[in-house]
Design a binder for this molecule. Structure first.
Ligand code: C2E
Ligand code: MG
Ligand code: MG
Length: 720
């Protein structure tokens, strides 16, 4: 609230050429606590009023020079003179003079001579009225301002004579000139958008008939290219005497508010990248369909882009965004082409939503049978099969899809979606890239998986790992030529856990990077110790995961880890599986070259399982091929020949690569490999992977001159 200083008493200006009258009037007004100024001519009055505005003017009509009429007229033209009350004092009681005085802007008149008391009574009354009028004007102007700010206008419609009154603000909102024409309700309707006019007409007449009131949004005809929305409110007024009914109401421009609401709704319910519904809206809509029971057979699919291809850190966020958008487009396109996915009028269309980074959800309704969802899933997989082209790079994405059927796999949208997600995870864990229907047993394996994940995190921070080393033996000389470092998890309650059980989880949870750093450091430390004890150099192979290939400066990182622990890249062979190398063969070449330039030896692990392209093999700067155990196993099962093993050894030799066979368990296998010209082997035949303290004598043996004499003895020992 604004507080003002103590107000001065009102100021009265007496304008009269008669000095006696001025004096008498002054006396009686001053007695009434007014401040009084007086002047003797019209000119002096104008001059006074131009600088000081009195609260009331008592003005004589007949004066020499400028008469009272002219003074009155001029005062009204002064900036502050519009509303000051002017009391005309006239000796002339003729009606014409009075009428003329009013015309010139006089407020009231009093006939001279008059009693002082009469004068002061009249002045007090006029001051009070003037004060009330001024307060009213302030209120009116505040109201008008408020309406302007709120873009709110008022209206009144009397259907009897079809007369419509619109406030100035209402005219402004509707874009019509105030009172330029006689307004009827069709003036209003003409401003209403063509498509909404019928609705508004119905609402007005219905309100007149049943008195329920109007409360609606409608659009206006576009003006200056802007589409405006207004909120129309109206109520029925009745005159009990005449039984007349008319409407009174407001119209408010809510264009900006509705646009903001729409934006907020979009942000809360849609994914800003793909413009697909988000999880909230998806669940809401699925819930609606399920409760309405209109979906006949339906299915919820969760489509997870292969985690191994998590693209966010692979190509930067812009490219990731592009891939996600393209995925959405392909999925939508596949749906629109799918004849299984029909939605006749009245049946909910399929809903595609983006749940999170690389996860989409699909709700299918109106299926002839739940199994039809499998066909849709397959079509989605097919749609994503072709690589995405980003500038000059082609990126292959694969997806895993889980399907849950409302009814058998849950009744609540949330539960069904969760189960579809569980089914998708199950596909991911199997590494199969495909689709799978949900089954109850999945939740059990999910629970196991979750606890494994938690334990693994603790293991990484508490360093619960140890390394075992498996010797690699040269076939011709039967000398140990190096070791492969293989990680084991010393679980606090479960004992030693094999990497087969936790490596894939560690990769999915991206714990593998930390684990590998530990492996690299431990190997380098061990090599330094061996070296110090005169047992070096000893080559050790280290397995790298596919995730490492996303590290932007892998080579320098690994190199500095090795040097920091006193090791040397020259004594380390890095193993990468064929599938990792082939994933993005062109960028792999650069990375391999960097690693090679840093001094590391490079090996392709599990070779033969990953469909390598021969062209790339030649181009990769690798040193070693490790034949996957599966082919060696063939030989154990009684087969005398393994054409693939033969071909791999032959190819390795042709490319001048060092060929190592993995998983050699029998002498027959070894004999076959020797015959084919395979360089080295690794396997239980010679030794299982073992803790470092058990390697000591092997290393010593290797560095002693009598290697060949003692090797039979040690082999027998190890086999036990
Ligand atoms: P891999 O690199 O192919 O390692 C060879 C695996 O074959 C080892 O299994 C080894 O114990 C096993 N093996 C060796 N000789 C024989 C044999 O004669 N018969 C049979 N049946 N198996 C044999 P392990 O230690 O369980 O490791 C399994 C896989 O886990 C490794 O396969 C490798 O891919 C991964 N892995 C192990 N340690 C690490 C690590 O430190 N980092 C990463 N990223 N992966 C690792
Ligand atoms: Mg390996
Ligand atoms: Mg292997």
């Amino acid at each position: 609230m604004i507080t003002s200083p103590q107000p001065l008493p009102p100021l009265a200006l007496i304008v009269d050429d008669d000095a006696t009258f001025r004096m008498l009037s002054r006396m009686s007004l001053e007695q009434d606590d007014l401040r009084v100024e007086d002047v003797s001519s019209g000119e002096a009055a104008i001059e006074f009023v131009s600088s000081t505005m009195p609260d009331i003017i008592i003005l004589d009509l007949q004066m020499p020079g400028m008469n009272g009429f002219a003074v009155c007229e001029q005062i009204r033209r002064l900036p502050n003179g519009t509303f000051v009350p002017i009391l005309i004092m006239t000796g002339l009681d003729d009606v014409d003079s009075i009428a003329q005085a009013y015309e010139m802007g006089a407020t009231d008149f009093i006939v001279k001579p008059c009693h002082g008391l009469m004068l002061s009574q009249r002045v007090r009354y006029m001051l009070r009225a003037s004060h009330t009028m001024s307060a009213l004007r302030t209120r009116e102007s505040q109201l008008a301002q408020a309406q302007r700010i709120a873009r709110l206008g008022g209206w009144e419609w009397d259907p009897a004579g079809d007369q419509m009154d619109l406030s100035e603000a209402a005219c402004g909102i509707l874009g019509i000139q105030p009172a330029a024409i006689a307004l009827s309700h069709s003036t209003y309707l003409a401003c209403v958008h063509d498509e909404d006019r019928e609705l508004v007409t119905q609402a007005l007449y219905r309100t007149l008939a049943d008195g329920t009131g109007v409360d609606m949004d409608h659009r206006l005809m576009p003006r200056d290219g802007v589409n405006r929305v207004v909120h129309l409110l109206g109520e029925v007024m009745t005159n009990s005497g005449t039984q007349a009914r008319w409407l009174i109401g407001t119209v408010q421009d809510v264009t900006d508010a509705r646009a903001a609401e729409a934006r907020i709704y979009f942000m809360a319910n849609y994914d800003s990248l793909t413009h697909l519904p988000n999880r909230t809206l998806f669940l809401h809509r699925v819930g609606q369909v399920l409760t309405s029971g209109t979906g006949s057979h339906s299915a919820v699919l969760v489509i997870s882009l292969d985690r191994d291809h998590r693209i966010c850190d692979l190509h930067g966020s812009q490219r990731r965004d592009y891939l996600i958008r393209e995925t959405a487009v392909r999925l939508q396109h596949s749906l629109s082409e799918d004849i299984t996915v029909t939605h006749p009028p009245g049946v909910a269309p399929p809903i595609l939503a983006r749940l999170s980074d690389g996860q989409f959800a699909l709700f299918l309704t109106n299926l002839a049978a739940p199994e039809d969802s499998a066909r849709v899933a397959q079509n989605c997989l097919d749609a994503l099969r072709n690589p995405f082209q980003i500038e000059s790079t082609s990126v292959a994405l694969s997806a895993d899809i889980g399907i849950a059927i409302p009814g058998s796999d849950g009744t609540e949208a949330e539960q069904i979606l969760r189960n579809a997600g569980t089914a998708a995870q199950s596909v991911t864990r199997k590494g199969s890239n495909g689709y799978q229907f949900y089954s109850n047993t999945m939740n059990v394996s999910i629970a196991t998986r979750v606890s494994l994940e938690q334990d693994l995190r603790a293991a990484v921070s508490e360093n619960q790992f140890i390394l075992h080393y498996q010797p690699q033996v040269e076939i011709l000389s039967e000398k140990v030529i190096g070791f492969e470092a293989l990680i084991r998890w010393q679980h606090p309650t479960r004992g030693l856990i094999s990497p087969a059980e936790f490596i894939s989880v560690a990769e999915e949870e991206e714990l593998i990077i930390k684990m590998s750093e530990w492996v690299i450091k431990s190997v380098a430390q061990q090599q330094r110790i061996w070296h110090k004890n005169g047992l070096g150099p000893t080559t050790v192979s280290i397995n790298l995961s596919g995730l490492h290939f996303r590290q932007p400066n892998l080579a320098s990182q690994v190199k500095s880890l090795v040097y920091a622990e006193g090791g040397n890249p020259r004594d380390i062979e890095l193993e990468l599986t064929e599938s990792v190398l082939m994933r993005d063969a062109s960028s792999t070449t650069t990375l391999l070259q960097e690693l090679k330039a840093s001094g590391f030896r490079l090996a392709i692990d599990d070779f033969g399982t990953g469909y390598s392209s021969l062209a790339y093999l030649e181009q990769f700067p690798i040193d070693t091929l490790k034949i996957d155990q599966a082919f060696i196993k063939d030989l154990k099962l009684g087969k005398e020949d393994s054409p693939i093993t033969r071909a791999i050894v032959g190819m390795g030799r042709a490319l001048k690569l060092h060929v190592v066979a993995e998983g050699v368990e029998t002498r027959d296998q070894l004999a076959y490999l020797r015959l084919q010209g395979c360089d080295a082997y690794q396997g239980y035949l010679f030794s299982k992977p073992m803790p470092v303290h058990q390697l000591q004598y092997l290393l010593q043996e290797r560095f002693s001159a009598e290697t060949s004499r003692t090797k039979d003895r040690s082999r027998t020992r190890l086999a036990n």
